[in-house]
Design a protein around this ligand. Structure first.
Ligand code: 13P
Ligand code: SF4
Length: 321
């Protein structure tokens, strides 16, 4: 295992190995698969069965044979797995791992918005609560948002939520006009234009990988520059693996650097902003993961009536590549 320690309360390498052995043994006896998002701390990524983006994790949850899924990510991701897999137990090591973007729209707010646009198609980013998904026609992730918009007939009006910057980027790449909700992720919105300027001045040899949730000005400065690529987290991994270039600056949550360095060890990856840390993603620790498997907690459930209404939108997301 190639764990590097960057978690807030660093464990000794020996303790990390002991806990990882304990976690793997518990996963086996509990018949559980461990899924981890690309932003998780390195020692959690390294012990997982599968590490990926929101789309990959949903697809993996849908196809798993194990009786239980332990979700190392944030709450909406575990909820999505619970909706896709009603016969499985979905566990989350810390229920407080939320998402500021998902919190930026409620189901009541969406119902009021829909009432102002009767007949519009509702496309929700996966970073939303189950109640919001239940009010939606399609879900999407950063990995397939463009394809989802393109799957909707040109003449239909679209409400896109909740991320403003992803919405603006989608308008650019699809040429469609969208009604966009004014939500944002505090981590990505906090990556400032001056962080991009630093890259342009100090690293003219580097490729820049920018998540579409990043602030509008940062995206604008990046757009149309042939060394700049606007990609979801798994898109960044695929791009870095296949690119002949050696140096990459990464504008997203810094947890992804561990995965990038593992997948392309011969290349150099640097964060555009070292401050881009999602405190929610970092709430999941190796100890909490061990406790979750050992004590069978915390079970994530979605009310059957909400799950039933949200399932179609999520299944459309999983199906559209
Ligand atoms: P990805 O779907 O690109 O992994 O992003 C998820 C997320 O929460 C971004 O902040
Ligand atoms: Fe939510 Fe932003 Fe954290 Fe992603 S990085 S989980 S969008 S708060």
């Amino acid at each position: 295992m190639t764990t590097q320690l960057i978690s807030p309360r660093a464990l000794s390498p020996r303790r990390v190995r002991e806990l990882q052995v304990e976690v793997r043994a518990l996963a086996r006896t509990r018949d559980a698969v461990i899924l981890a998002h690309n932003y998780q701390v390195p020692e959690v990524q390294d012990v997982a069965d599968f590490v990926g983006d929101s789309l990959g994790l949903s697809r993996e949850a849908a196809r798993t044979d194990e009786a239980a899924i332990v979700f190392c990510g944030v709450h909406f991701m575990a909820e999505t797995a619970a909706i896709l897999c009603p016969d499985k137990t979905v566990l989350m090591p810390d229920l407080d791992a939320g998402c500021s973007l998902a919190a930026s729209i409620t189901a009541d707010e969406l119902r009021a918005w829909k009432a102002q646009h009767p007949g519009a198609v509702v496309v929700s980013y996966v970073n939303t609560t189950a109640e919001v998904k239940a009010e939606s026609d399609y879900c999407c992730t950063s990995g397939n948002a463009k394809q989802v918009i393109e799957a909707i007939p040109e003449e239909r009006e679209i409400l896109f939520l909740p991320d403003l910057y992803l919405g603006v980027w989608l308008e650019r790449v699809t040429g469609r006009t969208l009604n966009v909700w004014l939500g944002e992720c505090h981590v990505h919105a906090g990556i400032r234009p001056q962080d991009i300027v630093r890259w342009q001045e100090e690293a003219p040899d580097a490729e820049l990988l920018v998540h579409p949730e990043c602030g509008c000005a940062s995206q604008c400065m990046a757009f149309g520059n042939e060394r700049t690529h606007i990609l979801g987290t798994e898109g960044m991994i695929r791009f870095a693996r296949s690119s002949p270039k050696r140096r990459f600056l990464v504008a997203t949550e810094t947890g992804i650097l561990h995965r990038l360095r593992k997948e392309a060890p011969e290349k150099v990856f640097e964060a555009v902003s070292e401050r881009a840390i999602c405190k929610y993603m970092k709430m999941i620790t190796l100890e909490k993961l061990r406790d979750s498997l050992r004590d069978w907690r915390y079970v994530v459930t979605v009310e059957p009536e909400i799950a039933e209404r949200a399932r179609l939108a999520i299944e459309r997301m999983v199906a559209i590549a």
